[in-house]
Structures are given as structure tokens and as C-alpha cells.
Design a protein around this ligand. Structure first.
Ligand code: MSP
Length: 630
């Protein structure tokens, strides 16, 4: 029966460009939305950007533009990225939108009128990265556990939301609705947190310190705390309070987040809703973190993986497949390009790609390029049952948000179909006219299986699904739903079969160098930070220099880097040895020794070409002999 389905992603901060973490959450939401649309459910899918607060104000200041200009610039990057990843959201919300600002102010007023907001004094540790206060005991060695930075100590008068008042109610609600926060580990985390007394939430910032926010309706010297503002986006987007959408979609709201923002969503948000007289959301679905090279992705580590680079290199559907297949929903996953390529080659090129290309090639050859006419009695029961099982498993996987399980179930069916080809050996039947009936039946069953696959993968890989449907001659008016999958007679006899290009060409090993970021200059392939860190660069003081006998280019240089050593450099045409002595230069100190015209060189100096010849890297301040260069 058709139902309503409302899915949200976090609204992303506009202080950094999107990476695969953001792409993952949004693609999961997209798959869920596509699945529910396919099932005929009335679906609303919202994503957007979170634009107020200290973090954005600071980023704008360092970029030398206004916060609004800054927010506009980054917000559009998110908005433009989604269609490139085949994300079809129904609405894009920005917290600077006028209707959102009004909704936040009306909810604040309501909660204030009800007596749940009061004025008080706050002292505490504030992490700007998290945009929240920490209790001393939550800090690890005095630092924010998430950002590893020392929070600021802040003392100021502010407004508070009486969150503590709703602690018991929240505990009871979570216990009475065991799926409210899922998977279970995150429910337990929230309950563990609620075992301690809940403090009231500071929900304002004085304009003397921060102006970039929504002015409180009851005190214009203050702006709203960014989380109290941001969470409300989920109801603004569906026209709270009076809109039709709010009535239809709020009771079925599914929030999707990663574990980093569990506390605001698992604790602040339900208590805010309760205080505002709004029913709680239906489910909070929490996934784990994508790490890169086993550590958290961050700009400073230089290990941020960008979605468009992967899409451009390997194709969109391969990228979507990998993200969804490789992460067990709820657990962390490590991104590695090698694992990506392995999956692409095995699951996509081998299993799915081969199935499609073999089937179409044979069907064109044996059935005259058309879907053959076959009687119902010839439908293969085993394939139909396998398709039915896939439908069942996919449905239950979607029910628990376990998208990786849905893909595993679909691949079981793909492999059953591949086995069917091997067992029936259509190519041996093709040689004998008397086997024609049997051969047509096999080909029809294979084409019907491809149709089932195309529908099953549609939410995950919409482009590939369309290509397969086109190849098997299924018209645009295909019924795309789980119920339609096992309709084995849905292909029209006589429709034209088309051989398309290979869906997923194999990727050879040497292509798996790290993704290259496109650049205007001709750069070498990217390396990660660890690779760079293996190069030991040092400040070297030149003690002596002389030409290598019989060479007009090589100079033998004795340097001090805390120990003495000899290096040989090809700079003899541009420098006189005697002019080099006393200079401080940069050398690669851990390069394997090499012999140049009989002289062993233990290191290499750094230089670059100029119009007047080579110039050796030096310093414009006094550098210490042997110092590391970072
Ligand atoms: N603005 C807040 C959310 C407000 S929602 C009312 C925020 N923004 S964020 O830009 O930091 O986005 C956090 C979210 O981005 C995570 O919860 C997750 O959905 C996604 N991810 C960001 N990095 C991630 C990984 N490395 N791995 C998986 N998802 C991650 O918090």
C-alpha cells in the first residue's frame, strides 16, 4: 500500500567543500527516496546547508568576504554537486532562507512563552568546530575529542532552554520506541548519556561576540545558537506549522546522520520538539564514518577524498555502488581506492557487466536481434524463485536501512543468473536447429532476469538500470516496482535488442594511482601526506665545494646537516664552486646513495630553472643547520 516517506540529510556546514562523507549520506538518502518513489510512496527528500554560527563567520572573515557572500559561495557547491551524483532531492534548504528564519523565530517564541527558555549565566568550554559547549569531563587531555583542539573558555549571560525538564520523557520515549534511534549501538549511546543529569542548553550568543545568526524574537541583542537554528530546518522544509506537507510527512520523518552529530539529533532535537508541542520524528538513522588511510579525513592531513574526482575517473554508478556496498550501515569504513577498483572489477565488470553483455550478444545472435516469443510454461521456475527471494531480501534490507544487505541480495540473484548460463550452455544448443525452442526459452529467461536486475538496481545505479532496460528492448513505460520484478511476461516479443557499450570496463592495476585532482598546471599524480612525510628534507650548510674532475657540470659539495656528508649536484654551469661555500640550502637527506662520475652522492639539493639558469633553493631568514623542512 502506498505510504508517505520523508527523508532528510544533515544540512552541511558551508565552511568546507563537500567530500565523500557528505556524498555518502546524501546518496544513501537518494537511494531510499528512489526506492520509495518506485514503490509508489509519496516521497519528500530534503538536503541543504547550515550557514550561521561562529565557524562560518570565522571562515568568511579569513576569506575577506561577508558571511552571506561566503555562505552563498559554498552553498552553491553543494547544491550543484548533487545532480552530478544523480541525487534527486525534492528540496534544498538554506538556514538563511527567509521562511526558515521565520520558523525558527516562531518556535523560539512559542517555547519562550511556555516558560521553557530563561536568562542565565554561562561558563564553560566551547569548541567552535563542534559549535557546542563541553563539560570538563568530556574533554580528553583538555581537548575536544573530535577536533583535538583546545576549546575556548567562555563566560557570558545567555538564554537557556530547559532541556533537563524533558530528560525523563526522552528516556521513556526511547525505551517505548526501540527503533527511535537505530542501529541499536547508537540508541545505547544516547541512553548512556541520559543516565547522567541532563543540563539545560545554552541557545543564544550575544551579538557583541557573534552577529551572524537569527536574532532572538524576544531579545534583539542576541542571536540563536546555531544548533537550535539548524535542527528546525527539518520542519521548515515541510512548511511547519500549517502546511499540507507538514501534516503528511512529519509523522513519517526519517533523519539520516553520521555518528558525529548523534547528541544534537538524539537529545536536543526531540526535547526541542517536545517543548514546541511537536511530535517526535519517527526514526533517527545513524551511520558510521568514512575514514581515509585509516584516519579521519581532514584538510590538514590532506587525505580528503573528493566525490567528483572518483566519479570522473571510474564513473558515477561504480562510485555509488562502492559507497553503498562497502559500508556496513552503522559501522565505520576505510576508503581505499584499491578496494574500490577490486569491487569494480569483480562485482561490476565481472558479475553484472559480463552477464549483460553475454546475454545481449547471444540473444542478438540466436534470436535475430529481438525478444523471442516464448510460452509461459517455458518460464524458468528457479530463476523466478531466485528473483522473488531477492525482492523479499531487498525489501527487508530497506526496512532496516541496511543497503549493503540489499546489494548482497541482488548480487546473489545476478550470480544465480550467471550460473544458469553456465549450466545451460546456450552456445552448444545454437549449433543445432532442433534445439531452437529450448534455446529461445533460455534466452527469454535470461532477458527477463536482466529486467529484474535492472529494476532491483534502479535506486542504487539509476543510469545503469536505464541502459540495461534499453538493451533488452524494454520500453520507457516499464513498471518499476518490486511487485513488477517477478512479472516474467513483461517483455514484449519482437522488441529490438541493442548491444550497448561495456557497462563497466575493467580497470587495470596501473590506473589505481591515487585520484588526480584536475589542475591547471601539469602536476604529478597526488600523493598522500604519509608518502610526502617519508621524504626527509633538511637545511644543509655548505662547507666546501669543488668541480668533479673531468666534468663541466657536476660539483662535489661537502655539507653539514648535523653530520658531514658529500653530495654531487649538476649545477656547475650555473654556479662557481667557491661561491657556494657558506650558503644554506635544502637537501633531500634520505635519498639512497648514488655514484656520479665515480663520486658517491649522499643526498640531493633542490633547485629550479629560471630564465638565467638554475637557482638553488635557499632561505630568506636564518635557518638552523640540520633543521627539518616540513
Ligand atoms: N551542520 C551540521 C549538521 C546540522 S543538521 C541539523 C553538521 N554539518 S557537517 O557539514 O559537519 O556534516 C556532518 C555530516 O556530514 C555527518 O553527520 C555525515 O552525514 C556527513 N559526514 C561528514 N564527514 C563524514 C565522514 N567522514 N564519513 C561519513 N559521513 C560524514 O554537522
Amino acid at each position: 500500500m502506498a505510504k508517505a516517506f520523508y527523508i532528510t540529510t544533515p544540512i552541511y556546514y558551508v565552511n568546507a567543500s563537500p567530500h565523500i562523507g557528505h556524498a555518502y549520506t546524501t546518496i544513501v538518502a537518494d537511494v531510499l527516496a528512489r526506492f520509495h518513489r518506485m514503490e509508489g510512496d509519496e516521497t519528500f527528500f530534503v538536503t541543504g546547508t547550515d550557514e550561521h554560527g561562529d565557524k562560518i563567520a570565522a571562515a568568511a572573515q579569513s576569506a575577506g568576504i561577508t558571511p552571506q557572500e561566503y555562505a552563498d559561495k559554498i552553498s552553491i557547491q553543494f547544491r550543484n554537486l548533487w545532480p552530478e551524483l544523480a541525487v534527486a532531492n525534492d528540496y534544498f534548504i538554506r538556514t538563511t532562507d527567509k521562511n526558515h528564519v521565520e520558523t525558527v523565530r516562531s518556535i523560539l517564541q512559542k517555547v519562550h512563552d511556555a516558560g521553557d527558555i530563561y536568562f542565565g549565566q554561562y561558563e564553560g568550554y566551547y569548541c567552535v568546530g563542534c559549535e557546542r559547549f563541553y563539560m570538563e569531563k568530556e574533554l580528553v587531555e583538555g581537548k575536544c575529542p573530535d577536533h583535538q583542539t583546545k576549546p575556548e573558555y567562555r563566560k557570558e549571560s545567555n538564554y537557556f532552554f530547559r532541556m533537563s525538564k524533558y530528560q525523563e520523557w526522552l528516556i521513556n520515549h526511547i525505551k517505548a520506541n526501540p527503533e527511535f534511534i537505530r542501529p541499536e549501538r547508537y540508541k545505547n549511546e544516547v541512553l548512556a548519556f541520559l543516565r547522567e543529569p541532563l543540563e539545560d542548553l545554552c541557545i543564544s550568543r550575544p551579538k557583541t561576540r557573534l552577529e551572524w545568526g537569527i536574532t532572538l524574537p524576544f531579545d534583539d541583542k542576541y542571536v540563536t545558537y546555531v544548533w537550535f537554528d539548524a535542527l528546525i530546518n527539518y520542519v521548515t522544509a515541510i512548511d511547519y506549522p500549517a502546511g499540507e506537507k507538514f501534516k503528511k510527512f512529519w509523522p513519517v520523518a526519517e533523519h539520516l546522520i553520521a555518528k558525529d552529530i548523534l547528541k544534537p539529533h538524539g537529545i536536543y532535537w526531540p526535547t526541542m520538539l517536545k517543548a514546541a508541542g511537536i511530535e517526535p520524528y519517527q526514526h533517527l538513522n545513524v551511520h558510521g564514518y568514512w575514514n581515509s588511510d585509516q584516519s579521519k579525513m581532514s584538510k590538514s592531513l590532506g587525505n580528503v577524498v573528493k566525490p567528483l574526482d572518483l566519479k570522473d575517473k571510474y564513473g558515477l554508478d561504480a562510485f555509488r555502488y562502492f559507497l553503498l556496498r562497502d559500508m556496513v550501515f552503522g559501522l565505520d569504513s576505510n576508503f581505499s581506492e584499491e578496494a574500490f577498483v577490486q569491487r569494480l572489477n569483480s562485482d561490476l565488470a565481472n558479475d553484472l557487466g559480463n552477464l549483460v553483455s553475454r546475454t545481449i550478444t547471444m540473444a542478438i545472435k540466436y534470436c535475430g536481434g529481438m525478444v523471442p516469443k516464448v510460452k509461459k510454461e517455458k518460464y524458468d521456475k528457479r530463476l523466478q524463485d531466485a528473483a522473488q527471494k531477492a525482492v523479499y531480501d531487498v525489501e527487508s534490507a530497506f526496512g532496516e536501512m541496511a543497503l549493503h544487505k540489499a546489494l548482497i541480495a541482488i548480487w546473489e540473484f545476478i550470480n544465480t543468473t550467471n550460473k544458469y548460463i553456465v549450466e545451460n550452455e546456450p552456445w552448444t544448443l545454437g549449433n543445432d536447429e532442433t534445439n531452437k525452442g529450448k534455446l529461445m526459452a533460455i534466452m527469454y529467461n535470461l532477458l527477463a532476469s536482466l529486467r529484474a536486475v535492472a529494476i532491483l538496481i534502479a535506486p542504487f545505479m539509476p543510469g545503469t538500470s536505464q541502459k540495461i532496460l534499453h538493451e533488452i528492448g524494454a520500453g520507457d513505460n516499464q513498471q518499476m516496482s518490486l511487485a513488477a520484478i517477478t512479472k516474467w511476461d513483461a517483455l514484449t516479443a519482437g522488441s529490438t535488442l541493442t548491444r550497448g557499450e561495456s557497462l563497466f570496463p575493467r580497470v587495470e592495476k596501473d590506473m589505481t594511482e591515487k585520484v588526480e585532482i584536475k589542475s591547471a598546471v601539469d602536476l604529478k599524480p597526488e600523493i598522500d601526506y604519509e608518502e610526502f612525510a617519508r621524504v626527509d628534507l633538511r637545511v644543509a650548510t655548505i662547507l666546501a665545494a669543488e668541480m668533479v674532475p673531468k666534468s663541466n657540470k657536476l660539483i662535489k659539495i661537502k655539507v653539514d646537516i648535523g653530520e658531514e656528508r658529500t653530495i654531487v649536484a649538476g649545477i656547475g654551469k650555473d654556479y662557481k664552486p667557491e661561491d657556494m661555500v657558506g650558503k644554506k640550502i635544502v637537501i633531500v637527506a634520505n635519498l639512497k646513495p648514488a655514484k656520479l662520475m665515480g663520486v658517491e652522492s649522499r643526498g640531493m639539493l633542490l633547485a629550479t630553472d629560471t630564465a638565467e639558469g638554475l637557482t638553488v633553493l635557499s632561505f630568506d631568514r636564518e635557518a638552523k643547520t640540520g633543521a627539518k623542512i616540513r
